[in-house]
Ligand binder design. Structure first.
Ligand SMILES: [Zn+2]
Length: 101
């Protein structure tokens, strides 16, 4: 996957289109990601002990990684990711400004 945890992405399709957020988790096998504030779902949390109240918590649901575009930390634009190899290391670069991400 070209994007990883901690990256900021722009959502390009679905109900959260045009929104952006930070990646909280990636699931490379499923090609899915969890993004802060995106695809929020309500979950009922059962009380753990008697006398406690159940809670409703809001959690981001998974979205397909192909619905998200990386926002470059250098130029601030949604971009495609390229790779550069220098001195045996692999770097991700922004296809818009050429900066390292
Ligand atoms: Zn850039």
């Amino acid at each position: 996957m070209r994007i990883k945890k901690g990256d900021t992405v722009l959502i390009i399709s679905g109900k959260d289109r045009e929104k952006s957020g930070k990646i909280l988790q990636v699931f490379p096998k499923e090609n899915r990601i969890m993004v802060e504030g995106i695809n929020l779902r309500k979950k009922h949390r059962k009380p753990k002990r008697s006398g406690e109240k159940g809670q409703i918590v809001t959690l981001p649901g998974l979205i397909s990684a192909s619905n998200a575009k990386l926002i470059c930390s250098k130029c601030g634009k949604a971009t495609r990711v390229g790779y550069k190899i220098a001195e045996g290391k692999k770097y991700r670069i922004c296809k818009k400004c050429g900066g390292e991400i």
